[in-house]
Design a protein around this ligand. Structure first.
Ligand code: FES
Length: 144
């Protein structure tokens, strides 16, 4: 079952509210996106993120208006970035990036910030996108 971003956010917020009322606030906070979001759009199969967006920050959600799934951009070094699609490899649900891991609220899969599966039922790692950097931008290549 695929969810639109709007449906996912709406359902997730309702779930978070219900969990908070039930007293499971710690797990609730971990399961929701807690990272800053950079909003942009996809042009010519590429997303540009200004290098300045990643100053003093290790991870950021990249949200392109014309992409179904968010991208998590991870700074490994000043010159090396990893970008991964926040789409669960189990059944295509949208993933939430927390401070310690990437989580799927559908069936509980957990991924690390290299996209590797830490907890199933997902078996396959997240899709990693090609990136390169120049003086002003991080370029994320989208494969269609
Ligand atoms: S869709 Fe993510 S664990 Fe099933």
């Amino acid at each position: 079952m695929k969810l639109s971003r709007r449906s996912f956010l709406s359902n997730s917020c309702k779930s978070c509210g219900a969990m908070m009322l039930a007293g499971t606030i710690a797990s609730t906070l971990e399961s929701c996106n807690t990272l800053a979001v950079y909003k942009t759009s996809l042009n010519n199969n590429e997303i540009l993120v200004p290098v300045a967006e990643m100053l003093d920050i290790q991870r950021k959600i990249i949200r392109a208006s014309n992409l179904e799934y968010d991208i998590l951009l991870v700074k490994k070094t000043e010159a090396l970035y990893t970008a991964m699609v926040l789409k669960c490899t189990h059944e295509d649900w949208l993933l939430s990036a927390g401070e310690k891991s990437i989580n799927c609220t559908a069936h509980g899969s957990v991924f690390d910030f290299d996209g590797k599966v830490l907890v199933g039922p997902a078996i396959n790692p997240l899709t990693i996108l090609q990136t390169h950097i120049n003086q002003t931008n991080i370029h994320i290549k989208i494969n269609n």
